[in-house]
Ligand binder design. Structure first.
Ligand SMILES: Cc1cc2nc3c(=O)[nH]c(=O)nc-3n(C[C@H](O)[C@H](O)[C@H](O)COP(=O)(O)O)c2cc1C
Length: 170
């Protein structure tokens, strides 16, 4: 058998489809207080011999404070029919509105009391292993700066979390 060139989407259809079309909700906090926001940047893989999920949060997000002060975060992938919720949570800040209440989301808690949403198709519960600010000095392709930084906002902080629990509809 020879090794053929294939489209990346043929090799990893599910992850590329989900992260390209069903922007997840990133949530941090606990049952007494939480915030959630839509994310487009999310990576799954292995690091330090464990399964990891990596997310990227700008410091100006309200969610950032929760990401900093808590040891866990969750990634909830909602079904496509709940696109209105992902749009809402990606355009409104928890500083101004209770997104969970407005969207009618049902909070459940997993490991570390980390909150996620019962409406999700699947959920990852992650324990923070590593956090680092993305560094403009480390950029190798200057083309990414203009569309994503400057007036667009601050440099993201990267959080690598060990996936400690997963939930899915069965
Ligand atoms: C499709 C989509 C993807 C987004 N991805 C990210 C992301 O990966 N990182 C980030 O910091 N903000 C991202 N945002 C922006 C936040 O979701 C948005 O600013 C949100 O209102 C922040 O809410 P908060 O202030 O309650 O944390 C995205 C928004 C949308 C609509």
């Amino acid at each position: 058998m020879k090794l053929d060139h294939v489209e990346l989407s043929a090799l990893t259809p599910e992850i590329l489809r989900v992260f390209g079309q069903q922007n997840p909700l990133l949530t941090a906090g606990d049952r007494n207080g939480l915030n959630t926001m839509t994310i487009g940047w999310c990576q799954l893989g292995r690091l330090w011999s464990v399964p990891v999920c990596t997310v990227f949060v700008r410091p100006e997000r309200y969610t950032y404070q929760f990401m900093e002060s808590r040891d866990y975060f969750t990634v909830s992938v909602l079904p496509p029919e709940l696109k209105k919720i992902t749009a809402f949570c990606g355009s409104r800040s928890g500083r101004d509105v209770d997104k969970v209440k407005e969207c009618g989301l049902t909070v459940r808690c997993g490991a570390g009391d980390a909150p996620f949403f019962d409406e999700a198709e699947w959920v990852l519960v992650c324990r923070k292993l590593y956090a680092q600010d993305m560094d403009p000095a480390a950029v190798l392709d200057g083309e990414i700066i203009l569309p994503y930084y400057g007036e667009k906002g601050g440099w993201h902080r990267m959080y690598v979390g060990q996936v400690v629990e997963a939930y899915a509809r069965t």
